[in-house]
Design a binder for this molecule. Structure first.
Ligand SMILES: [Fe+2]
Ligand SMILES: [Fe+2]
Length: 194
């Protein structure tokens, strides 16, 4: 079984370097939902869950604003390259996938690598938080296009209580969620009910 590469040290470093409010639509609550989506999709897509988790916490962490910031993906890729060997240790193949996923997550639609595609789908399944219903055209994994997965991800993204999340959240996830702000009702309820 793969061990998570998302450590307290990594979360702390990402948070320390995040220049937006922690309530940002591209902030920690979004990262946690992307992580959840990614680990769920990985079970079907065959994606590398280590890369998927790191993508979740890194891909938007270098944003300078919540609006037009086309270079935030490439900056996140640079962050990943800098931190490999410091805060996590990836193989060359894993690092390539993480860098590609971060760099292309806003401009590119599909990718042949199931890990990269799972990262992108995980992010896009959380678009409900900014008022957008995910469009299957922009999803590449079969799992993400499944009605029940898309609908449940959408429900989480708009703050509806998720029985599925509550029942499947791991002890490790509970630990990581302690780094989240207290104003994400969805995750707070799930955390507290664990
Ligand atoms: Fe982004
Ligand atoms: Fe994102």
């Amino acid at each position: 079984m793969n061990k998570s590469a998302v450590t307290r040290e990594l979360i702390q470093d990402v948070m320390n370097n995040f220049s937006l409010p922690h309530t940002s639509a591209h902030g920690p609550a979004h990262w946690a939902r992307v992580r959840y989506n990614g680990l769920l999709l990985s079970q079907y897509s065959g994606a590398d869950p280590v890369v998927v988790e790191l993508f979740a916490f890194i891909h938007d962490s270098q944003r300078h604003n919540d609006g037009h910031d086309p270079q935030h993906g490439p900056r996140a890729a640079e962050y990943a390259l800098r931190k490999n060997g410091v805060l996590f240790n990836l193989s060359a193949e894993q690092l390539d996938a993480l860098v590609e996923a971060c760099r292309g997550h806003t401009n590119e639609r599909l990718n042949d690598c199931s890990t990269v595609q799972t990262c992108w789908d995980s992010d896009r399944l959380d678009l409900g938080r900014v008022g957008i219903m995910p469009d299957p055209y922009y999803l590449g994994t079969a799992a993400a296009k499944r009605h029940e997965i898309l609908e449940l991800a959408y429900a989480r993204s708009i703050g509806k209580r998720s029985r599925v999340l509550r029942e499947t959240v791991s002890r490790e996830m509970v630990d990581l969620l302690r780094y989240l702000p207290d104003n994400d009702d969805n995750f707070q309820r799930d955390r507290l009910s664990d």
